[in-house]
Design a protein around this ligand. Sequence first.
Ligand code: PLP
Length: 421
Amino acid sequence: MIALERIDPEVAEIVRGEQRRQNETLELIASENHTSRAVMETSGSCLTDKYAEGYPHRRWYCGNEHIDAVEELAVARICKLFGVEYANVQPHSGTSANIAVYLAALEPGDKIMGMRLDHGGHLSHGMKLNFSGRQYEVVSYGVREDDELIDYDLLREQALAERPKMLIVGASAYPRVLDFAALGEIASEAGCLMLADIAHIAGLVAAGVHPSPAGHADFITTTTHKTLRGPRGGVIMAREEWAKKLNVAVFPGIQGGPLMHAIAAKAVAFGEALSEDFRKYARDVVENARALAESLVEAGWRLVSGGTDNHLVLLDLRSRNEDLSGAEASGWLEAAGIIANKNGIPFDPRPPIQTSGIRLGTPALTTRGMGAEQMRQVAAWIDKVLSSGGDENTLSEVRREVGELCSRFPVPNSVAAEGNV
Ligand SMILES: Cc1ncc(COP(=O)(O)O)c(C=O)c1O
């Protein structure tokens, strides 16, 4: 940040503040992670200056030989990582990737069937204010009330009755394994296309600790910045037969120039994800989530679906305190240095702005090198904070202890990790 400090000390101070915040708090937001220094350097490289509308060797502007090389490398690496024939690495985000798939495969007014937002689905799967909900006819499926799991028999009945053009599977807040093979069979039986949005679990799928939708879904989309631990962005994967339609849907369909610094950083992250270290990391993410879940259950908290198979845990606050909302609980946790988000739980009586749940994820803490012992400690702090009624002394005491743990596990991409802070 040498140039930034000199030229714009005001922004430099804000960036330093954010780095301090990341180092001194525990990041439990399930959709966040800490990228490597290599990913960060590439994101901040000279590739940000280049316009590259089009695709490798078919660009609108000249001067793209290095840009072409890095986009081809990103595509080759992600195809290898997920065992797919085709990938488009240009989508700016997960939502853009989904929109491009809809544009390539659907007509306005077609019926789509996605998971209910209030049962863990995503905005871009048919929420009424989102492009997906405005452009298409939406039917939704949810989880069962008694065990909070997807009921595959019911989903099949619904798909056969509704006959959507596309079944969308994947979630932002579902703590259990998604059975892509069963979902693929349902889609074939209902004669519809299937989009598997693995934004949250992509790193787990890449590492083989969650089943893959490859071979079961027509389209796979993902973000690159969650468990996959890359720069912010999106990707679409499919069989080669969809290549032309998907490419046109991304550019010129919904985007102009691709963000080449982000695409190069995606290539770096995909390279990292192909390593044995990453496979161990993904296994640790899941083990840590399990340790966190077990300790919370031992402390008397009910978890949605009773536990977790992946990187996230959804805690039902009503199980210990009917009056505590997710909004209030996340505020107390933040004051104690534990960063998590309020989250609706299935059949939540509270509105989305309040919620009755807290979502907790282990990808970022695992990247810092924390293990089961630290997860048990984190669960004890969460229990203490949520049982405190928001008592300021308790929050400050936990905040101090959290700070001590954080100093032992610096964020790997920060200068603190090199002992300079
Ligand atoms: C399942 C799912 N799909 C898509 C997205 C959208 O990603 P982005 O925020 O990059 O648009 C998310 C983000 O949380 C998600 O959880």
